[in-house]
Design a protein around this ligand. Structure first.
Ligand code: FDA
Length: 397
């Protein structure tokens, strides 16, 4: 088998791996980045509905979940959203802010992949696709890596970077190999679970709402002390939409979630005003002027809110308003890794240096991106973590 030597070998040509490769190579080292997929950056390609929500201008450690909420501060503070925006602008990629600080490409997520590949080529990295990791062992100089696939080789390197992501969307090549490698080298891995994922419900709840699948409404959804105000989407299997994906990262089995429909609206005041204006309207019709019509009709039916506004006492209207702002539901699960945007948990940050992402106990071994126990909210935060942690490792190598 061919024997080769590189300064740095990176497992995974995703967002974090490519960013790391660019900066490690820019410092003059020989860098090899490999991936078992046939194309680099497949998750970038499908992200943001094909337009890649590549960062969020409000990204700070506060917008991430981690066993150590301070861990991400160093990398996020030194390679910020503004740094990535500068790179995007240098490549002439047009972008726009959609909402809540979320930046998307105007044209296509492929522009981000092309940009990273161009930077990698400029820095002189070697990219090998359809390449698998057969084995990795510690050696005197660093690591001996056995590669399989299209071009089997034994590679000696001083630095080995694990950037192979988490377990979400196995169909796209997610394997969870990074956790296995962490354990091989004695690093702890925290519990992993699907996050940014739709929630599923039992037949008792679904029966009431299946027929309004596709309806979206702005809500405040909370679980314990955490709350998000964004859109909720009814689906055939349960609830989705940004608000639900956000809260899914905080929800645990047996916990209820609470939903307030159209949160800033004073529902009681609106219903009283509607009653004064025209008491002959049915409650369902009046609700349909505040909420999406199909949702209002279904809610009125499920809750038994019959009759006209004129017939309803103020007390009844207050009860309706309270229900609309305090709807408690018990999810039975999530849609799982099949559709989860990210994996919550991962390589325990206690074993990593937050400035460099290097394993404290294994010199030359680095973990970056989603494989680490740092998980962002929905909205460009996860890519920013990939860029920041990739940069931190790349510039430290
Ligand atoms: P990533 O998963 O990107 O890359 C890992 C690479 O390792 C892959 O190329 C994979 O093929 C390779 N690999 C895995 N196992 C391997 C093995 N055993 N051998 C060799 N190679 C292996 N985030 C965001 O901020 N904005 C957004 O718009 C979106 N949108 C979005 C949509 C969808 C549908 C999903 C699933 C996810 C998102 N995300 C997102 C999340 C974002 O995609 C994610 O956080 C980053 O891609 C993580 O980057 P990494 O480089 O860590 O892993």
């Amino acid at each position: 088998m061919r024997r080769e030597t590189f300064d740095t070998v990176i497992l995974g040509a995703g967002a974090a791996g490519m960013m790391c490769a660019i900066h490690a190579a820019a410092r003059g080292g020989r860098v090899l980045i490999f991936d078992h997929a046939r194309n680099p950056g497949e998750k970038i390609r499908i992200s943001g509905g094909g337009r890649c929500n590549f960062t969020n201008i409000g990204a700070t450690a506060r917008t991430f979940l981690s066993g150590n909420p301070h861990f991400a501060k160093s990398a996020l503070g030194r390679y910020t959203a503004q740094h990535f925006i500068a790179l995007v602008e240098k490549h002439g990629i047009a972008y726009h802010e959609k909402t809540l600080g979320q930046l998307f490409c105007d044209r296509s997520a492929r522009d981000i992949i092309a940009m990273l590949l161009q930077e990698m080529a400029g820095a002189g990295c070697e990219l090998r696709l359809s390449t698998t990791l057969e084995r990795i062992e510690r050696s005197e100089a660093g690591f001996t890596v056995t590669l399989g696939g299209e071009r089997p080789a034994i590679v000696d390197c001083r630095h080995f970077v694990v950037a192979c992501g988490g377990k979400s969307i196995p169909k796209m090549g997610a394997t969870g190999l990074g956790y296995q490698l962490a354990r091989q080298f004695g690093l702890a891995v925290t519990e992993t679970r699907p996050a940014l994922v739709p929630l599923t419900f039992g037949e008792d709840v679904l029966a009431g709402f299946r027929e309004i699948a596709g309806v979206a409404v702005d809500v405040r959804v909370s679980c314990g002390k955490t709350a998000f105000e964004e859109a909720l989407l009814f689906t055939h299997r349960g609830l989705s939409g940004p608000a639900i994906l956000q809260i899914s990262s905080y929800w645990r089995e047996t916990q209820p979630i609470r939903i307030a429909l159209l949160p800033p609206t004073d529902m009681f005041a609106l219903l009283c005003a509607a009653k004064r204006e025209n008491g002959r309207r049915s409650i369902s019709t009046a609700l349909g002027e505040i909420l999406p019509k199909r949702l209002a009709a279904r809610l009125a039916q499920v809750q038994g809110w019959s009759g006209t506004l004129g017939e309803a006492t103020d007390r009844k209207l207050a009860t309706i308003a309270a229900t609309l702002h305090g709807w408690e539901l018990h999810p039975i699960g999530t849609e799982g890794y099949r559709t989860a945007e990210v994996t919550l948990g991962g390589v325990d940050t206690g074993g990593l240096d937050s400035r460099t992402m290097e394993a404290r106990a294994v010199a030359g071994l680095y973990f970056i991106g989603e494989v680490v126990d740092v998980t962002g909210w929905l909205g460009g935060y996860n890519f920013q973590w990939a860029w920041s942690s990739g940069w931190a490792a790349g510039t430290a190598i």
